[in-house]
Design a protein around this ligand. Sequence first.
Ligand code: GDD
Ligand code: MG
Length: 397
Amino acid sequence: MQIEHTRYTERFGSVRINEVQKVLELDSGNAKELASYKRVAVKMIEEEMVRQLEQKMVIVIPTKDEKLKLLEGVISGIPHECLIFVVSNSQRKRVDRFRMEADTLKQYCHFTLREAYIIHQKDETLAKALSEADYTSILDKNGLVKDGKAEGMLAAILLAMMMGKEYIGFIDADNFAPGAVWEYVKCYAAGFNMARSPYSMVRILWRYKPKIAHGIHFRKWGRVSEITNRCMNSLISEKTGFETDIIKTSNAGEHAMSLKLAELLTYASRFAVEPQELVSIFESFGGVLPMSDKKAAEHGVEVFQIETRNPHIHEEKGEEHLKSMLLPGLATIYHSPLCERETKDKVISELLHHGAIKEGEEPARPVLSPTPRTANIEKFRRIMGNYLDSCSALEKK
Ligand code: GDD
Ligand code: MG
């Protein structure tokens, strides 16, 4: 793979935010030396290096009542070396969609001999393990994991910590193009390959997110992303004193982290999870508030934003859904102790403009889950360790 070198990096305390890097060539052929003048601008990432990183990676697919064909397509796009973890919150009552997902995955893994696990978000053993591990913020009043993509992601982070994986990446199940899924994972690996710090994150920027109505229109920016990015950049600018537009991936559902970093962040529920990850990085390592982890502060935290070649073609969920994403995302910025008057005013005016709040109202404070490192992983393992075998889609002989 060939990718643009990091041309520009913005620094915020110990955080290094890299400008968007474009994928230049998906497959760069047999390893060969780049001419020295090319090496300045282009980074060649060898296949072997990508493979090595994929072996250390778990790819989490959160899913809720998606079409089985979509889920299967997504799975088929994930490189073989990665471990797959499907966290499903699909219905089990009227029609047992979860069973159908598990069967599909089992058949797929049987034929391709690839490793994958599937677990239901409302699994009682998982809930018990979380409770034993004293990580209860994602449990509801019935003691089961709450609804929401973020809650599923958090359960998966704890499972990956238990399994000793090094990297964790997330890919939504409602993606129509297996080739795009494949590219996301390659981009994750490319980012981790470029990282100089073990505390790193890779966020995907889609080259286009087409809308299909009266022909196909290759749109680049979603409305929610545009607004959230503007407010996120304002949060940084107010602290550094320099205006910036460095952040272009505030809402990136497709993103990956080293587990070392994932353990240190706080997570918001539902669709606020992605902007909150950035807010949490800025609060913990931006140097304005006390550094939350000495080692990570020394190494620095690196954020990569990589623009894919494949367009992102996914299920459209309508206008109301957009509003329900805008509000919680902006709330994470608004309620951050880093957020000052100017940014707060920006957030309020965007929310008013889009009818997400009324005059005089403030966005509700996000519900945050503590850093996963506060969980007692040994106690979690005592319950989940053996049980996990029963979630394997590949029959272990
Ligand atoms: N495990 C689990 N539990 N998965 C869920 C749940 C849940 O309660 N709710 C939704 N999902 C799954 C969906 O099936 C899908 O695969 C993925 O999570 C994202 O949910 P969507 O409802 O499709 O969200 P979206 O497409 O509007 O938003 C996506 O893109 C945004 C950025 O554009 C998400 O990835 C957002 O998190 C992201 O900010
Ligand atoms: Mg979606």
